[in-house]
Design a protein. Structure first.
Lengths: 213, 213
DNA sequence: ACTTTTGTTAACCATTTGGTTAAACTATAT
DNA sequence: ATATAGTTTAACCAAATGGTTAACAAAAGT
């Protein structure tokens, strides 16, 4: 009993346990090489442990991938959804959406890429597993809010669908195209982070300037 | 001699030759499964030919991939570059950029995804091969034009970099996120095409509304 | 103390996969 | 007709890869 308590208090940091090391390694390898390109041996090497441990802690490749994937998606979707469900003003909602999204992606820059990738590879399997979850972002309320604002005459007449697409595009795309952007515009890691930081204000300003009457 | 001429006149359509069938199949398999996920047998099956033919016409997997890839990139980059190099007005350049890009992508919807994917997977190998080509889009002139318009007082003071990012994002992203968009907004193939068609006018309008003084 | 459970390793296995080969078949040229 | 070059096939091969096993070590429970 005492040992349990002690163990609890002195709990190894997540990344120091074998399981943690595997997850960190898997995250890295899966997200750079994709599900198909990732090698179990690569993950084991990256984690500095024996390949058999991967199967000890996570049944097989499929399961390990799923855990890594869900871990990411589970952090992503809920906060977005919560925002869509809130009753903030349009401008506030856009501003906070961009901020939250960009922050989440700064923390896990691999995620949007990862999700798009698997979605593209095997949409059905993925969607049945993840998309059905109760935390799936539902843009309906956001679209409705735009229509309301148009009717009230607060903003220009614009297609809510295209406004939503524009918002998502400008927020997410830079992370997906990061290798292209950094290379072609000669940005290093720091500069890229800085550009993203700027976008937290640039995107909302850009949008509001466009739709404001 | 006669037979040669006849053969020329009655030339099989590209897609009926073995080589053509392989390329079409490879395009399909590579772009849905990625380089790592694609199986040579899958490509052979898709083409309805023997696996050995793949190696007969295209040395190995790497080479076949490269041909498919270059074929796509070669259609993509030059037209963009040509536009950036032209001396159209800013609004015209933006409008034509969106049109050309969206048209190219309607024709090869897999391409942007494909390029991003491989760029993400193995940026260095890819960039050394393709990026160094003389047709690489060079945004410098576009950025310079924006600055000039700002100085002339024709448009608002806006970061040229962010304007470029916004333009690229809004144009390309919907194709990368297509599976997510169609699913989450309940759009079928036709409706998606229609939305894209709308964006040819929506995006330029959205941008100009935002930057016009 | 010793038994049980949990964690770890190296060697091994079965299957998949990219790639080869040699033989057969086809069209063309001489 | 026969040789020649180009095309296609089935069978085969070596390497890579996901996964298993049996032995062993450490920790925890009694």
């Amino acid at each position: 009993m005492l040992t349990i308590w002690l163990n609890y208090m002195v709990k190894k940091r997540k990344d120091d346990t074998t399981e943690g090391k595997i997850l960190a390694a898997a995250r890295k390898v899966f997200t750079t090489k994709g599900m198909a390109g990732a090698r179990m041996q690569d993950i084991a090497d990256e984690a500095g442990i024996n390949k058999a441990m991967l199967h000890y802690y996570f049944k097989d490749k499929e399961k390990l991938f799923e855990v890594v994937f869900m871990e990411g998606a589970g952090e992503f979707f809920p906060r977005i959804n919560k925002l869509f469900e809130s009753d903030a003003s349009l401008e506030e909602m856009i501003t906070r959406f961009v901020e939250e999204y960009l922050d989440a992606m700064q923390r896990s820059p691999y995620l949007p890429w990862f999700i798009m990738n698997e979605l593209n590879r095997d949409a059905d399997t993925f969607l049945e597993k993840i998309w059905a979850a109760p935390n799936r972002p539902n843009p309906a309320k956001f679209l409705a809010l735009i229509e309301k604002e148009i009717k009230k005459g607060n903003i220009k007449r614009i297609s809510p669908l295209h406004l939503l697409l524009n918002l998502l595009s400008m927020t997410i795309f830079p992370f997906i195209a990061k290798p292209m952007i950094t290379r072609n515009l000669h940005l290093d890691e720091m500069q890229f982070r800085y550009v993203i930081e700027q976008r937290k204000t640039e995107i909302p300003k850009f949008i509001m300037d466009s739709i404001r009457k």
